[in-house]
Design a protein around this ligand. Structure first.
Ligand code: MLT
Length: 248
């Protein structure tokens, strides 16, 4: 049984994900926003690499059934309905809608893990729910890979710390679990910050950039452990909530 961590989407090779259960982590903010959107009963979230691709796809969808969402340099893309702030994804705003989403790193990371047995979207806001699902997979003999989206192809401290928290939650008290060195390093980072996630975010470059850009409140949402206990599953090019009808 293995739980491995990859620091950045550029490290992902088919072997790292093939047949494995993969969790994609972009704590600030795409993973959190996706969890909030699904908790607010968005019908599904569809990830895209570019806004052009997204607009082409939207032409095949029924008018009024979808929302165009995403950011570049943290800000809402001009003409879109929503940015990437979890605070925008209220029930009034997204219930029953298909959210087409493009973000700088998070949606790219999701698109990079093709070939996995299962793909889930992990963050602090759904830590217990997602780690329980990963733990069940691990106990069932499926290796787990935690992919940190990172920031502009760079290591992101907040994703690594969150991965460390998942390594602990997924493998605690299980014997015979091997991890790679990145998983060990991620665990050390998690221990360093402990439950003080605001200190983590205020230390991380992207957390500081978000605060400076006026998104300080988003950090509070992203730090609220287990506040949106959904399991977002990416399958057939869409992310939906794992529910009784989709139990695996
Ligand atoms: C991303 O996907 O790069 C992020 O979620 C950026 C952001 O904070 O909006």
């Amino acid at each position: 049984m293995r739980v491995d961590v990859l620091f950045g989407v550029q490290q992902v090779t088919p072997l790292d994900v093939q047949g494995r259960v993969v969790a994609v982590i972009d704590v600030l903010r795409a993973s959190t926003t996706i969890a909030v959107a699904l908790a607010s009963d968005a019908r599904a979230v569809l990830p895209f690499e570019s806004s052009e691709e997204m607009i082409t796809r939207s032409k095949h969808l029924e008018r009024g059934s979808f929302l165009l969402a995403g950011e570049r340099r943290m800000h809402k893309i001009e003409g879109f309905d929503l940015g990437n702030s979890p605070l925008e994804y209220t029930r009034e705003g997204v219930e029953g809608k298909t959210v087409l989403l493009t973000t700088t790193n998070g949606t790219k990371a999701l698109l990079a893990v093709q070939g996995a047995r299962d793909v889930v979207v992990a963050s602090y806001v759904n830590l217990t729910a997602v780690s329980a699902m990963l733990r069940t997979a691990l106990r069932g003999g499926h290796d787990v890979t935690l992919v940190c989206a990172g920031q502009d192809r760079q290591f992101a401290l907040e994703d690594a710390a969150c991965a460390g928290r998942y390594v602990y939650a997924v493998s605690k008290r299980l014997t015979g679990v091997d991890t790679n060195d990145a998983a060990y390093a991620a665990s050390l980072i998690d221990k360093k910050f402990g439950d003080n996630l605001m200190r983590l975010f205020n230390t991380a470059a992207h957390g500081r950039a978000l605060a400076a850009a006026g998104f300080g409140e988003d950090l509070t949402v992203c730090a609220a452990v287990d506040s949106y206990p959904v399991i977002p599953v990416y399958q057939d090019r869409q992310i939906t909530k794992l529910g009784p009808e989709r139990e695996r």
